[in-house]
Ligand binder design. Structure first.
Ligand code: HPA
Length: 249
């Protein structure tokens, strides 16, 4: 198993990774966000892609999700672990520093190329369970001691609302997301997860709460950046443990 790691805000660099080479791939769908870093996390082979590209240049709606997933597949990834930075909608997920392993999602994005379907060859994948159970279990097991050591919550289920952005939501929009059943909100989870399903790549995600969503508490941009920065070490530790366990299984 070779895990593809995709991470976003706060993760342009992934210090824990031992990089062997950088793959600059081009796909029939265009170019991915940047080079794929091929290397090892501990003993386990991994491929790493920074979702927003160099210098965080790509806004969520400008990311070429099709190229990203196709490039990971082409480079040999057999599963994907994605990192999301999210706003927390419902207690206890609104506390910054909380880790959430979503089990469901709702897609509110629009205007993004969301399928590998071609004219005359339309793909209709089953997406009842968008996140892979085995990968989720590995993330939950790895995250429990890391969060316990930091005295921060781990929420082992969540409904991820993928919104268009790049602006944050109004309070009424977040109220609607909550009524819909969403517990966390971010901008990059779709079409990423749907495309991975189309290419038969199991995917699970680790959500780091960096702010209470709109209307759920006051947070400043510096506080959001601080929460993202404070979560980096824990995210890397969780991914390293999860990847090691999956590699050994
Ligand atoms: N809303 C949408 N996306 C986000 C948020 C938010 O509050 N926080 C981090 N990503």
């Amino acid at each position: 198993m070779t895990i593809g790691l995709i991470a976003g805000t706060g993760f342009e660099h992934f210090e824990a990774l031992e990089v062997a080479d950088r793959l600059s791939l081009s796909t029939p769908w265009g170019d991915p966000s940047g080079p794929l870093l091929r290397g090892h996390l501990g003993e386990a082979p991994v491929l790493y892609l920074a979702r927003h590209g160099k210098g965080h240049a790509l806004a969520p709606h400008d990311i070429n999700y099709r190229a990203n997933i196709a490039a990971l597949k082409e480079a040999g990834a057999t599963a994907i672990l994605a990192v999301y930075t999210v706003g927390g909608i419902t207690a206890p997920t609104w506390q910054p520093g909380t880790l959430v392993i979503p089990h469901q999602l709702i897609d509110y994005t629009w205007g993004r190329a969301q399928s590998y379907s071609l004219e005359g060859d339309v793909i209709h994948v089953d997406f009842t369970e968008p996140y892979d159970a085995k990968l989720r279990a590995a993330l939950c097991t790895a995250a429990a001691p890391v969060q316990a050591a930091a005295a921060l919550p781990l929420v082992e289920e969540g409904v991820y609302a993928a919104v268009q952005g790049p602006r944050l939501e109004t309070a009424a929009e977040v109220d609607r997301l909550e009524r819909d059943g969403a517990t966390i909100v971010g901008m990059t989870g779709m079409p990423e997860a749907g495309l991975a399903r189309e290419l038969d790549l199991p995917l699970a995600a680790l959500g780091l709460v960096v702010n209470p969503a709109a209307g759920r508490g006051q947070v400043s941009l510096p506080e959001i950046m601080a929460a993202a920065e404070a979560g980096r070490g824990r995210i890397m530790a969780v991914l390293a443990d999860a990847v090691a366990a999956l590699n050994a299984s």
